[in-house]
Write a protein that binds this ligand. Sequence first.
Ligand SMILES: [Zn+2]
Ligand SMILES: [Zn+2]
Length: 371
Amino acid sequence: MADFYELLGVSKNATDDEIKRSYRKLARELHPDTNGGDPVAENRFKEITVAYDTLRDPEKRRQYDMFGSTGARGGGPGGDFFAPNFGDIFENIFGQSFGTSGRGGGRPMHQGEDMEATVSLTFEESVFGAEKEVTVRIPVTCTTCGGNGAKVGTAPSVCQACGGSGQVRRVSQTLLGRMMTAAPCDRCRGEGQIITTPCQDCRGEGRRTEERTYRVEIQPGVDDGSILRLTGRGPAGPRGGYPGNLFLHLAVAPSDRFRREGNELISSQTISFAQAALGTTIEFETLEDTVELNVAPGTQSGKVVRFRNRGVPHLGGRGRGDLLVELVVETPRDLKEEEVSLLMRLAEIRGEKVSDPHEHGLFSKLKSAFR
Ligand SMILES: [Zn+2]
Ligand SMILES: [Zn+2]
């Protein structure tokens, strides 16, 4: 037998990809079905396939390069002609299965589809976790027939079209010519059996829709839009197949006092002009308790006070984010006579130019305009 590299028309140091491409091209040209059974083409087709089977495998290729054969098969150069598993090679190259199927007959189990539902959470529940109930209308296994779809006292019969295997073999035209392929049987929809007398409660489906309530543990730290997957809690499969999955979308209601950025909780606290200037201590209510918020003298509006480990717990981990409280200085409005006087006195002491509400006799009008 000729040199494998020559057969495939590639150099000794060709890459795997080059070898594969060259083989594909030759295989299309030489496949027996595209050459009307020409024995020369058929022989070359076998040769290139053996060559390819050796060179695509790094270990076999290494041995071939060293000894001129793969050794394992016992033949020296030009010796034994061994038939590789053609099906295996074609499957790898063309992503298409040859005639046989690994299913080994029997009826396939159809898996139930996946289903989605929404779970609404308060802001607090998303932060601290909760146990929620979710009610869904979902296909469940029919208890009347036990899921096989046949009327009680009857049994499904073996499909005559496929002999119960659920598959039929077809000859189809492919890039490489005609090939045997296996396809699900049309008659029994691949199930290998036919229900002659369907169960009246599920009309032969083997499942029917009912309301189900699940208790779901919501972990602390989940966020709006998170998706929980309840494996195997989805719709039952038809005819006793495995159930699908239930995906729960978490919808977290916004809080009017807090917002979330990652695991940080953000809030704000209004303080007066005097509190900002002189400093104070404020009782600040967090989501869970009350903390002392110290306002330093001379605090500017926009200053952020950080409380470590008072934010959102790390989902599935340890520790929490921080709570950030922004201090917002509120300018006093609706001033009374006495307050106006004090502020004007303050401005005077500090040498600040201010408008005098009394000057224009507009004090009452201005008062309303400030609202
Ligand atoms: Zn039933
Ligand atoms: Zn069938």
